[in-house]
Write a protein that binds this ligand. Structure first.
Ligand code: 2P0
Length: 333
C-alpha cells in the first residue's frame, strides 16, 4: 500500500510578535496575533505511512521512539486526518531534524507542520497550505506559521468566526522580500524549563499583567507587520523587543513565577544593546520559552553580530539563519 505513504519537510520559525496565551484551550486558538520568519536551514523531515498491520501509531523522532506525551500529540493529529479521509489504519511516523535539538531551537513548529502535510498527503487528501496550517495550529499554535515561507502572520480568530477549527496562518511576504539574518546565541542550559503550553496557561491564570498583554499585543503585531512590508528594521526591531519583553514580564509576574531567562540571556541582551548603542549596528533581540537569544539584523552585519554574541559569557555557540520556504512535500528517499 505504498500510496498510503508520504513525506514532507518544514522549517522552524521565530516569532517577531509573540504568541503567548490561548483564547480557547480545546481548539488551541491563540489569544493574541503573532508574526514570524520561517527559517533556513532549520528543517524537519517527516514521513508518514498508514499500515493496516500496525496495532497502534508509532513515532520515531531522530531515530528513537518518542515518549508517551509526544506520541499522544502526534496521534491526535493522525486521528483528525483519519476521520477526514475515512481511514482506520494506524500509522508509522518517522521524523528527523536537520538541526540539533541541542541548538536550543524548538522543533515542535517545524515538526507538527511537516507532520500535518505528510499525514494529509499519505491519506490521499489534497495539498492545501491553509488546511495544513490550521491542522498544525491545532497541535501547536506556532506550527501554523511554518506552513508558509518568509514572513508570516497568524491573526486573531474572531469569536464570531464560523469555522474556528479552520483558523490558519497567512503569508505576508516571501523570503526574497527581505533577506534579514537571525543569529541564534545558544546559552548554557540552566535548570529544567517550563514547557510553553504549561507556562502560558499558568501565566493566563495567575499573572496580573496578562490582560494588558492581550490588550497590547495587536498593536505590536501591527507594527511588526508594517515594518516588514516597509523593510524598516528599526520599526520591526523595536516592536519585536517590546513584544518579547512584555511576554516575559507577563510570565515572570505569574504566581509562582515563570522565568525563562538565565544569566547568559541577560548578558546577550546587553551585548545586543551595546552593539546597537555603541557600535551603531541595527540589531535587535528576542527570546522564546527558553534561555537562548535570537538577534535580528541585516545580512552584512550578521558575521559581526555572531562574533560578538559568540564571545559573550555563557554563550556555547551561535548559528545564523535566514528566511526560508514554507512546507513542501518530499519524494520517497
Ligand atoms: C511564539 N512561543 O510565538 C511563542 C513565543 C514561545 C514564545 O509559540 O501550546 O509550542 O503547542 O500551542 O506553539 C511556543 O508555544 O504552544 C510558542 P502550543 P507552542 O513562537
Amino acid at each position: 500500500m505504498s500510496e498510503l505513504s508520504a513525506g514532507a519537510r518544514a522549517r522552524a520559525n521565530i516569532a517577531l510578535a509573540k504568541y503567548w496565551g490561548k483564547a480557547d484551550e480545546a481548539l488551541n486558538l491563540p489569544a493574541v496575533p503573532s508574526v514570524s520568519i520561517t527559517l533556513d536551514p532549520l528543517v524537519t523531515h517527516t514521513r508518514v505511512r498508514f499500515d493496516a498491520s500496525l496495532a497502534g501509531d508509532r513515532f520515531l523522532l531522530d531515530g528513537a521512539p518518542a515518549n508517551a506525551k509526544e506520541l499522544a500529540r502526534v496521534g491526535a493529529l493522525l486521528d483528525r486526518v483519519r476521520a477526514e479521509a475515512g481511514l482506520s489504519q494506524r500509522a508509522e511516523v518517522v521524523s528527523t531534524n536537520d538541526f540539533p535539538t541541542a541548538a536550543g531551537l524548538a522543533s515542535s513548529a517545524s515538526g507538527f507542520c511537516a507532520l500535518s502535510a505528510a499525514a494529509r498527503a499519505a491519506a490521499g487528501l489534497p495539498f492545501d497550505l491553509a488546511v495544513i496550517s490550521a491542522m498544525a495550529r491545532r497541535a501547536s499554535v506556532s506550527a501554523a506559521r511554518s506552513a508558509y515561507g518568509g514572513y508570516v502572520e497568524l491573526p486573531l480568530c474572531e469569536p464570531s468566526a464560523l469555522a474556528p477549527d479552520a483558523h490558519a496562518a497567512v503569508p505576508l511576504c516571501p523570503p526574497e522580500h527581505w533577506p534579514l539574518r537571525v543569529v541564534v546565541a545558544v546559552t548554557a542550559e540552566g535548570r529544567k524549563k517550563v514547557g510553553s503550553t504549561g507556562g502560558m496557561i499558568h501565566t493566563a491564570a495567575t499573572s496580573p499583567f496578562y490582560g494588558a498583554w492581550v490588550e497590547s499585543s495587536p498593536e505590536l503585531a501591527a507594527q511588526v507587520r508594517a515594518g516588514i512590508v516597509a523593510r524598516d528594521l528599526v520599526r520591526v526591531g523595536e516592536a519585536m523587543e517590546a513584544s518579547t519583553l512584555a511576554m516575559h514580564a507577563c510570565a515572570m509576574a505569574a504566581r509562582p513565577t515563570v522565568i525563562y531567562f538565565q544569566p547568559p540571556t541577560l548578558a546577550v541582551l546587553a551585548a545586543v544593546r551595546a552593539l546597537r548603542e555603541e557600535q551603531g549596528i541595527a540589531v535587535y533581540a528576542t527570546a522564546d520559552a527558553g534561555p537562548h537569544v535570537k538577534a535580528l539584523c541585516h545580512a552584512d552585519d550578521a558575521p559581526r553580530v555572531a562574533q560578538t554574541l559568540g564571545a559573550t559569557e555563557g554563550v556555547l555557540r551561535t548559528l545564523t539563519a535566514e528566511p526560508g520556504p514554507g512546507v513542501e512535500l518530499e519524494a520517497e528517499a
